[in-house]
Ligand binder design. Structure first.
Ligand code: BES
Ligand code: ZN
Ligand code: ZN
Length: 486
């Protein structure tokens, strides 16, 4: 994707100016705009009078479009992000690549838009411009034009710059996640992490299967035994130049393809399983953003990269595996591989003794049953960490529902027959049980939260800021959390 130029002042090449209008705005005759103000509606104007713009900005624009934004009282940063993404898509479909937007608050007065709103709009702009088209032939690729410049009249330059960093890191994470399993496997993913580290000045250590065996990471290694490609562990570190206020570790599930292993998935459920590396992609994206924004936090990113495949070497149900922290696990279902990968990553992360550990994973299909496709799960017993993550999520348009792990009867279901733990329980509550299993591998006293993005990591349809395919859900929340904790 080309680099989009962001500006808060009109550019001479601007081809189209959008103006937000609301259902309850009044037209020149005093009637409510109604339909024209409906969210998702675009109305091309033939004259400035029709656009109700007075005075018209002195620059000469090619076209004027009314951008419906719903009810004025409902205008939030989420609406701004969604409406901007839709407006950008609308313009690109018309081959307009130099786009401007004017906000109602900036009209007629000089008050600057809040930095935060400009940031959201820039994120929405890059989301609307996002597509994963590197494997399309040129004819199909050029159907939708690529955005070249975006002007936010009255916007805040700093906010736009921040939004550009978050938006481009999100696109980076989605690009990585949309790569198919035949291209991005544990080894090539680790190489991509190395390239990212090089470009953004991150420390990067890659552990191969022998080194992981040395650490006793048998849970993670077991998952990879049926694959032709060996597992990798990536440890990235972003160290700020100034004083370090906090040390945070992000941990991501990076199953580059989840076939289910010997408990192979059905032909329906196996579809889209290239995105089972979402957590790892989000972790890389968050480190990219933190480094580019120069946040004063020491941030570690740990990604466990492994492919879950069936073959003669594959791990099997009933196997008993000793994880890195010494606990033994009885395998129930080779499709519940994510928690095995995370188990050893959490032990590894705990030994870094950070101030907080947050793991992110497409862990359980039951998250879809519990919460639907538009809300992710936050499983944590730490109130302070949960509250910070929830507050961060509220600024990003991402939704998380918190689960606490206080149900000791449910926990009983994780007792193994011939081992310390069994991998899953027969008593339901799959998403919560996933968290309870992971808790066994987190060091005493370390604040920890588990984010399950199985429901929200992939969308079959385009809507709001989301395109078809990987969403990198949770990356914005993690970046917002890291930005606010200092
Ligand atoms: N990767 C899947 C979870 C998933 C499902 C992610 C749908 C995205 C969309 C995970 O490894 C898995 O298969 N989990 C099992 C666990 C069960 C066997 C305890 C599941 O959810 O069915
Ligand atoms: Zn699985
Ligand atoms: Zn999986």
């Amino acid at each position: 994707m080309n680099d989009v130029i962001f500006s808060s002042r009109a550019l001479s090449q601007t081809q189209v100016l959008g103006r937000l209008v609301f259902e309850d705005d009044l037209d020149s005759e005093g009637r409510p705009l109604g339909l024209k103000g409906k969210k998702g509606r675009f109305t091309a104007c033939t004259s400035p009078a029709e656009a109700h713009i007075s005075p018209l900005p002195p620059e000469c624009f090619f076209a004027l479009v009314l951008v419906g934004a719903g009810r004025r009282a409902d205008l939030t940063r989420d609406v701004l992000r969604d409406v901007t993404a839709a407006f950008v898509r609308h313009c690109l479909d018309l081959s307009l690549v130099h786009i401007a937007l004017q906000l109602p608050d900036a009209e007629g007065n000089t008050s600057q838009l809040a930095e935060a709103e400009s940031c959201s709009i820039a994120v929405g702009t890059l989301a609307g411009n996002y597509r994963f088209d590197r494997y399309l032939s040129p004819e199909r690729r050029s159907v939708r034009a690529c955005l070249e410049s975006f002007t936010l009249l009255g916007g805040d330059e700093g906010g736009l710059e921040q939004g550009k960093t978050v938006g481009s890191s999100l696109a980076f994470a989605k690009d990585l996640c949309n790569e198919p399993g035949n291209v991005l496997n544990p080894v090539t993913f680790a190489e991509a992490a190395e390239r990212l580290a090089h470009s953004f000045g991150l420390d990067c250590t890659i552990y191969d299967e022998k080194e992981m065996a040395g650490y006793g990471m048998n849970a993670l290694l077991s998952v990879g035994r049926g694959s032709a490609v060996p597992p990798r562990l990536v440890h990235l570190v972003y160290r700020p130049e100034g004083p370090v206020r906090r040390r945070v570790t992000l941990v991501g599930k990076g199953v580059t393809f989840d076939s289910g292993g010997l408990c192979v998935k059905t032909r329906e459920n196996i579809k889209t399983m290239k995105h089972d590396k979402s957590g790892a992609c989000v972790v890389l994206g968050a480190l990219r953003a933190a480094a580019a924004l120069r946040l004063p936090v020491e941030l570690h990113g740990i990604a466990g990269l492994v492919e879950n495949m069936p073959d003669g070497g594959a791990y099997r149900p009933d196997d008993i595996i000793r994880a890195m922290n010494g606990k033994t696990i009885e395998i129930q279902n080779t499709d519940a591989e994510g928690r095995l990968v995370l188990a050893d990553l959490l032990t590894f992360a705990s030994r870094l003794a950070p101030d907080a550990i947050i793991d992110i994973a497409t862990l359980t299909g039951s998250a879809i049953h519990a919460l639907g496709k538009y809300t992710a799960a936050l499983v944590s017993d730490d109130d302070a960490l949960s509250k910070s993550l929830e507050a961060a999520a509220r600024t990003t348009g991402e939704r998380f529902h918190r689960f606490r792990m206080d149900d000791s009867l449910l926990r009983e279901g994780l007792k193994g027959l011939h081992a310390d733990l069994r991998q899953s329980s027969p008593d339901g509550g799959g998403t919560l049980i996933g968290g309870m299993f992971l808790r066994e591998f987190v060091g005493e006293g370390i604040p920890w939260a588990h984010l399950d993005i199985a429901a929200t990591g992939w969308y079959d349809k385009e809507f709001g800021v989301y395109s078809q395919g990987a969403s990198a859900y949770g990356m914005k929340t993690l970046v917002a959390y890291i930005s606010q904790i200092y």
